[in-house]
Design a protein around this ligand. Structure first.
Ligand SMILES: NC(=O)C1=CN([C@@H]2O[C@H](COP(=O)(O)OP(=O)(O)OC[C@H]3O[C@@H](n4cnc5c(N)ncnc54)[C@H](OP(=O)(O)O)[C@@H]3O)[C@@H](O)[C@H]2O)C=CC1
Ligand SMILES: O=C1O[C@H](COP(=O)(O)O)[C@@H](O)[C@H](O)[C@H]1O
Length: 489
């Protein structure tokens, strides 16, 4: 059951992903999808809507009619208690018709204020009273801060147990994010060096060229800290910093990620300015075109103090990472759309080659998450010819790139995981709670400081100058994300 079946997420991500799974034979024929939204559509109208979504997104129509024949629609206002009975009747009928054995997935692709209400009704009106499995897939944002996340969690837990709740973080469905574990734990080359003896710092960048588009209303209340840092950025950090799990099971991996989040140095009050920088874009140029500043965007206050950029220095106070800064940065309207992780290794004790005053380039491991996917290892080698001069060289592995951002691929993997009952790439409540309690301390201070000096970076740039100073005071600089490309060697 997809709640919010006529919405943007369902159209652009969920139907194309289900279609891919269907065509790859990963969905049996024994499935039905009930779309739920308020507008009055017939089953046939809805099938046409799904077909159109797939054709627009993928441009392919192999088996499309067979695919959409599994779709049904229920016009239903989720706040209206009476309409859940009709939904249950349709679900029970389809259960029999498709021999589904009572297995149900409820996907909440709707505004978060409805999540609690829907979960409670699913239970009180008997939709979760089923002979098979029942799973709840819940979209972000999971709360606005720790108290609201706790309240939401309590409401959904009245109907679903923790292991039936699949909290989506679409970054966890990205191919190269799933690869972090493999790069670390399947290579004798890296794991022994993956600690404070050999790594000087780690940089995680997720930059976007887009502005807030039509989402000004949501973004005004969220900002980059809640929109990107609380979830995607901290999840990447947890995967980079966790200890090897004793087994690759959901519980073991989650428990290692939780330990990282617990070890994050808690930064409070005045200290926040030494660790975090916020920014907001003003007008500027992207791809040669003039774009407006954030304060001029639709549904944005003209004196808004919402941050569209965050840079931060995270310290993980445990044995492995003591003293190694993990820098993160994310923002809208930056120079390039790019998500990259740069692991910078410590310098060797002295340069035997060439002159002592010219340091060797540091070894870097770059993990390219998007748009290109791959890894690059930056080494030093001998320059061809006579003498012992060195030159930086790059070893590249380029995964087949996905053409486009936030592609259905991540959703496809996550939907399939949920169908198989594998919650590894979804966020456990403990991770959500720890991330909020870390982020809340920053947002509390930022929201009480009105003199922000915004806008403080021009659209089309890599953020405010203070973000460079954050690294410079530790003797580092941001490795550029635009010329570290996997194909650029
Ligand atoms: N769009 C995206 O790319 C992403 C979205 N998300 C999250 O996914 C969720 C959905 O986002 P999105 O698809 O963009 O939202 P939309 O506003 O596009 O869609 C909302 C959907 O909810 C339905 N709806 C609204 N009110 C009710 C109601 N009272 N009863 C029943 N149905 C209702 C609407 O249909 P109708 O008007 O017919 O009732 C529509 O189908 C949000 O939580 C968002 O944060 C997360 C990541 C990316
Ligand atoms: O969750 C979100 O992510 C997107 C960025 O996702 P990506 O896969 O394109 O990197 C971001 O634009 C959006 O604001 C945020 O809500």
């Amino acid at each position: 059951m997809i709640f919010g079946a006529t919405g943007d997420l369902a159209k652009r991500k969920l139907y194309p992903s289900l279609y891919h799974l269907f065509n790859k034979g990963k969905l049996t024929k024994r499935f039905a999808v009930i779309g739920v939204a308020r507008r009055p559509l017939s089953h046939e109208d809805f099938k046409a809507h799904v077909k159109d979504s797939v054709l627009t997104s993928i441009g392919s129509n192999d088996n499309i009619d067979e695919f959409v024949s599994h779709f049904y629609y229920q016009a239903h206002d989720v706040t209206d208690s009476d309409s859940y009975m009709a939904l249950k009747k349709l679900a029970d009928d389809l259960d029999g018709e498709y021999s589904i054995d009572g297995n149900r997935i409820f996907y909440l692709a709707m505004a978060p204020e409805f999540f609690g209400t829907i979960a409670e009704h699913l239970k009180s009106d008997g939709l979760t009273d089923t002979s098979g499995f029942k799973r709840l897939v819940i979209e972000k944002p999971f709360g606005h801060d720790l108290p609201s996340a706790q309240e939401l969690n309590e409401r959904i837990r009245t109907a679903f147990s923790e292991d039936e709740i699949y909290r989506i973080d679409h970054y966890l469905g990205k191919e190269m994010i799933q690869n972090i574990e493999v790069i670390r734990f399947a290579n004798a080359l890296f794991e022994p060096l993956w600690n404070n003896r050999y790594i000087s710092n780690i940089q995680v960048t997720s930059s976007e060229t887009l502005g807030v588009e039509e989402r000004g209303g949501y973004y005004e209340k969220s900002g980059a800290l809640r929109d990107m840092v609380q979830n995607h950025m901290l999840q990447m950090v947890a995967l980079l910093a966790m200890e090897p799990p004793i087994k690759l099971t959901t519980d073991e991996i989650r428990s290692e990620k939780v330990k990282v989040l617990r070890a994050l140095r808690s930064i409070k009050d005045e200290g926040i300015k030494d660790y975090f920088v916020r920014g907001q874009y003003g007008e500027g140029q992207i791809d040669g075109k003039s774009v407006s500043g954030y304060r001029e965007e639709h549904n944005v206050n003209e004196e808004s103090n919402t941050e569209t950029y965050v840079a931060g220095k995270l310290m993980i106070d445990n044995f492995r990472w003591a003293g190694v800064p993990i820098y993160i940065r994310t923002g809208k309207r930056m120079t390039a759309k790019s998500t990259k992780i740069v692991v910078q290794f410590k310098d060797i004790p002295m340069n035997l080659y060439y002159s002592m005053d010219k340091p060797l380039a540091p070894n870097l491991l770059v993990i390219h998450i998007q748009p290109e996917e791959g890894i690059t290892l930056h080494l030093n080698a001998k320059k061809s010819g006579q003498g012992m001069e060195t030159t930086p060289v790059k070893l590249n592995f380029s995964n087949k790139s996905v053409d486009g951002m936030n592609t259905p691929e991540a959703y496809e993997k996550l939907l399939h995981d949920c169908m198989r009952g594998d919650a590894t790439n979804f966020t456990h409540w403990d991770e959500v709670a720890l991330s909020w309690s870390f982020v809340d301390k920053i947002s509390d201070i930022w929201e009480s400081t009105k003199d922000t000096g915004f806008p403080n970076y021009e659209a089309g740039t890599m953020g405010p100058r203070a973000a460079d100073e954050l690294l410079a005071k530790d003797g580092f600089f941001w490795w550029p994300v635009t010329n570290l490309d996997v194909d650029n060697c």
